[in-house]
Write a protein that binds this ligand. Structure first.
Ligand code: URA
Length: 281
């Protein structure tokens, strides 16, 4: 009881809690403060004070309520597509993302999750979006699914010193929900530029979101995983098209839920490392 009384019930903490739980849109013009409804009848701000209700009391209550209700924007801005990403190296790209205000996820996350690993590696891995652990650390794939990924990669001689890893969306979606199509759309020019800057020789896409956004594939991950496809980007200096082999894989978070699919995933990773080590690779 004491504990619940001592909890921080400020409007700010209530709002923070809602954001963390995945609320990303205000439905009404003014956010209702449910703590007031038990003690104060619904207030129409402009309504005349009821009879016997002193003007001063009405005015002070008006002010008190205004103080309690934070000024919340009518609707949190959705996103807008950046017209162009200009970065020519990773530091510039990180700075451009840090300055970018077009994705609402930035407002609810703690950190930009840019990338990890070795940018000089021929292998670039792209996942979906950071989770809680990644958001806290500012690094991709450091939570439970990252640990599974590290373990699988270790069996074929891969670790963060010889791969480079990033995500389609660099900010955590609240409550670890999937990023929406519009969130993916605003972040995609950055991800595409990221790949063009790193110039990997092999691209691994983890999960349906990465596959759908980078390959524009209508086929789901279950159908195309384990196949060697191709991904094309424009070289930043020459503008020439560069096509590289691309390997869609099950997302490790999916494998944590569907352990029976690990066998298929393991075959896919073996096929991938064989392609990397082949004389053509
Ligand atoms: N899942 C992803 O897709 N990316 C991360 O960084 C972590 C979990």
């Amino acid at each position: 009881m004491t504990d619940s009384l001592n909890r921080d019930l400020s409007p700010f903490s209530a709002l923070s809690w809602q954001l963390a739980m995945g609320v990303d849109e205000a439905m009404g013009d003014v956010a209702p403060d449910r703590r007031l409804s038990a003690t104060v009848a619904p207030v129409v701000m402009e309504a005349p004070a009821p009879q016997g209700f002193s003007e001063n009391l009405a005015a002070s209550q008006h002010i008190a309520i205004e103080r309690v209700l934070p000024s919340i924007p009518k609707a949190l801005p959705l996103s807008f597509v950046p017209s162009a990403v200009h970065a020519t190296n990773l530091d510039e790209l990180r700075a451009e993302l840090q300055a970018f205000e077009g994705c609402a996820l930035k407002k609810t996350s703690k950190n930009l999750v840019f990338a990890d690993g070795n940018p000089a590696s021929p292998i670039m891995i792209v996942g979906e979006a950071p989770g809680e652990e990644e958001d806290r650390n500012g690094l991709p794939f450091v939570g439970v699914s990252g640990k599974l990924l590290d373990r699988m990669m270790s069996f074929i001689g891969l670790d963060r010193t010889n791969i480079y890893i990033s995500n389609i969306v660099p900010w955590r979606p609240p409550g670890n929900r999937n990023p929406t199509d519009s969130e993916v759309a605003v972040c995609l020019p950055f991800t595409e530029r990221h790949i063009a800057i790193v110039k990997p020789k092999f691209l691994v896409l983890l999960g349906a979101v990465a596959v759908k956004s980078l390959l524009k594939s209508k086929d789901g991950i279950t159908k195309i995983r384990g196949k060697q496809l191709s991904y094309t980007y424009n070289d930043i200096e020459s503008g020439a098209q560069v096509t590289i082999p691309c390997f869609p894989m099950f997302h490790p978070a999916y494998l944590l839920r569907q352990a029976s699919q690990k066998r298929l995933a393991w075959n896919d990773w073996l096929g991938f490392i064989k392609a990397v080590n082949s004389p053509a690779g």
